[in-house]
Every structure is written in structure tokens, then in C-alpha cells.
Design a protein around this ligand. Structure first.
Ligand SMILES: NC(=O)c1ccc[n+]([C@@H]2O[C@H](COP(=O)([O-])OP(=O)(O)OC[C@H]3O[C@@H](n4cnc5c(N)ncnc54)[C@H](O)[C@@H]3O)[C@@H](O)[C@H]2O)c1
Length: 336
């Protein structure tokens, strides 16, 4: 069976998802697209060589009879409206992060989905689908290093656009660590603090970069995440778990090891799209396969909500310099 998908937003990740849904994955085809930049949407349809109808807006696309599932890849502030519309239409929806730009918005989605009575939403947190993180989780779940005590993590980008602001280091960047580290530890956060080292010379005037986010979990694990988005040298994701009896590190992406000119070296990736290309494939394939089986199992709107609550605490910690308590609600049985 082939799932007919409509994609809202044909920018960077939208186009990437259209490509994989059309040419890489099994059991899906893109039958509808829309973007406020209609010319761009038409160009993507043409360049990807697909026969999808270009709709005037996201609501017309969600209402189209042949659209069985929706992928939301438009700008963050538009996500809540489209996810709520998809739930109202009873159509499954894969929404890129953020699920909504406020925790209250995420909660409205959680409430609407529960009122509908069945999971319809998967959030685009792809790190739990990355082979390296899955290996790391297997080590922890298999008790190979004892209980985790600390995590040292880093999220580094070579550069960011001028529009990137200090709070986006949380909502756009750290949000992936917030999601994946809670999943890795099967734990949740109880407090956050943010400290700022000396500013990097390449950081734009309005941006405080780098930053160190300190998180504490309910089980007492202490986490430090360095967020450094002007590091220049590459897109580099690090994660080291210190356990009672050993240390487990996220594997480096596979690259050719070079012996040349008196050096032993490995290339470092520059683009996030390359670093997690397989994870994006696996997460969307899981969405398609889960729908064929009748039950979504990937990151839920509840995970989107928890990430938003934690992100709010981190932003408050950025502004106050204080240790900000995080009080997360119990996960409802509906979300497993
Ligand atoms: N999971 C990840 O690793 C990951 C990576 C990149 C982006 N994202 C998320 O995906 C979303 C899109 O990011 P991007 O980098 O592709 O941005 P982008 O700016 O390249 O593309 C967004 C597109 O949405 C369109 N758009 C905006 N409002 C719209 C509306 N109301 N209806 C239809 N189209 C609309 C814009 O015209 C643009 O083409 C963001 O929320 C971002 O955080 C997630």
C-alpha cells in the first residue's frame, strides 16, 4: 500500500523530505505540496520530478481528499495551526520541530490528540533514529557501564545565519539534545542553568555564543551541553556518558581515514543534513510503516510538549543566570 502525503513548506528540510518520500523510502508518494512561496513549491515539484498538486495553502492541502497524511515543514510559528487542522481532519501528521513555539501551544495539540482518541502526531526529533545514538542506548540499557552519572555533550555548527538569536541556541539547537538525552537516559529534567564563557570572536554582535547548558535529571544525572554555533571548523555532535563502571561515547560519523603528508586524519562534516541523513530516512520510514500497521510509535506530541517546557526553563535560565526548576507533568498512559 502506498501512503499519499501532502507536504506544507518546501524550503530546506521540506524539499529534503519530499525527495526522500518520493525517491528513497518505501510505501509513500507526495501527492500535494504548498508553500507561501508558490513559485518555489512549483519549482520543487518540477525539479524532484513528481506529479504533486500545488495547493494555495496548508488548509486546502489538509482537506484534499487524496491526502492521507500530512508533513509540516513550514516555519515554526505555523506548525500549531496546521497540526491542529490535521487532527481535526483525522489525518496523521509528521511535524518538524518545534511542535509549537510555546509550551501552551504544544499542550493544545496534546489535548486535541487525546480528545480525538488515537495518536496522530509524530514530531521530527530524528536523533533517536540515528544508528550511533541507538548503539549508545543499547550500551546503557544493557547495563554495560552501570548507571549513568554524568553526560558531557556538545552541539557545534560552523556558522549560523544573521537572524539566529541567543534564545534560538535553545529552541533550534539544544532542543535536539533535550529530546535525545531524556530518551537515552529514560529520565526527565528537574532543573536548568545556562552559563556563558568568553564570547567567540566570530559570533555576531547580538549573539551570545558559546553557551553551556547545565541540566539535572530526576535520577540525579548531571548533564553539560556546550552549544557553540560559530565554531568554524565543522558540524560536530558529541555525547559522552559517564557511568558507574565505564564511559560510553557516541560514535563519530564514518569517514575515510587518510594517511597523507605526514598526517593521519579524518574529515569533519560541515552540514547537519549530511550528519543525520540516515536518521531522517529512518524516522520518516518509521512514520510510514507505523501508519501501515495502524499505530504511531515515534516521538509524540507529548515529547514535543516536554521539550518545549524544558526549553522555556532554559531560556529563563539564559536571562536570569539562575538555576531554574523544571516541573514536568506525568506522562499520560495515552503516550505509553
Ligand atoms: N529536525 C531537524 O533537524 C530540522 C532541520 C532543519 C529544519 N527543521 C525545522 O523545519 C522547519 C523548516 O525549516 P527549514 O530550514 O526548512 O526552513 P526554510 O525557511 O528553508 O523553509 C520553510 C518554508 O516554509 C514556508 N512557509 C512559511 N510559512 C508557511 C505557511 N504558512 N504555509 C506554507 N509554507 C510556509 C517558507 O516559505 C519556506 O519555504 C523549522 O521549523 C525548522 O526548525 C528541523
Amino acid at each position: 500500500m502506498t501512503l499519499n502525503i501532502g507536504v506544507i513548506g518546501t524550503g530546506a528540510i521540506g524539499r529534503d523530505h519530499i525527495r526522500r518520500l518520493s525517491h528513497t523510502l518505501r510505501g509513500s508518494r507526495v501527492v500535494a505540496v504548498t508553500d507561501i512561496n508558490a513559485a518555489q513549491a512549483s519549482r520543487v515539484v518540477q525539479e524532484e520530478g513528481i506529479s504533486a498538486e500545488v495547493y494555495a495553502d496548508g488548509h486546502a492541502l489538509i482537506g484534499a481528499a487524496d491526502v492521507q497524511a500530512v508533513v509540516v515543514t513550514s516555519w515554526g510559528p505555523t506548525h500549531e495551526e496546521y497540526v491542529l487542522a490535521a487532527i481535526a481532519a483525522g489525518k496523521p501528521v509528521f511535524c518538524e520541530k518545534p511542535l509549537a513555539v510555546t509550551a501552551e501551544g504544544c499542550k493544545r495539540i496534546v489535548d486535541a490528540e487525546q480528545a480525538y482518541g488515537r495518536r496522530l502526531v509524530q514530531v521530527g526529533f530524528m536523533r533517536p533514529y540515528d544508528a550511533g545514538y541507538r548503539q549508545l542506548k543499547a550500551v546503557l540499557d544493557g547495563d554495560r557501564i552501570g548507571a549513568p552519572l554524568m553526560i558531557h555533550a556538545a552541539h557545534r555548527n560552523p556558522t549560523v545565519a544573521d537572524s539566529y538569536s541567543t534564545d534560538m541556541a535553545i529552541t533550534d539547537t539544544l532542543i535536539h539534545e533535550i529530546n535525545v538525552l531524556a530518551w537515552l537516559l529514560d529520565d526527565q529534567y528537574v532543573s536548568a542553568q545556562v552559563v556563558f564563557p568568553r564570547k567567540a570572536p566570530k559570533a555576531l554582535e547580538h549573539l551570545r555564543d558559546p553557551q553551556i547548558v547545565l541540566l539535572e535529571t530526576a535520577k540525579g544525572v548531571r548533564i553539560d551541553v556546550e552549544v557553540f554555533v560559530n565554531c568554524q571548523y565543522g558540524y560536530d555532535i558529541q555525547c559522552e556518558v559517564v557511568g558507574e563502571r565505564g564511559i560510553a561515547r557516541l560514535p563519530e560519523p564514518t569517514t575515510v581515514q587518510l594517511r597523507s603528508e605526514a598526517r593521519l586524519s579524518n574529515e569533519i562534516l560541515m552540514d547537519w543534513k549530511d550528519r543525520f541523513i540516515d536518521a531522517y530516512d529512518v524516522e520518516l520510514q518509521a512514520f510510514i510503516d507505523d501508519l501501515a500497521r495502524g499505530q504511531l510509535t515515534g516521538p509524540s506530541s507529548w515529547d514535543g510538549y516536554l521539550a518545549a517546557v524544558t526549553a522555556d526553563a532554559c531560556i529563563s535560565a539564559q536571562n536570569s543566570g539562575a538555576i531554574v526548576p523544571i516541573s514536568l507533568p506525568e506522562r499520560p498512559a495515552f503516550y505509553g
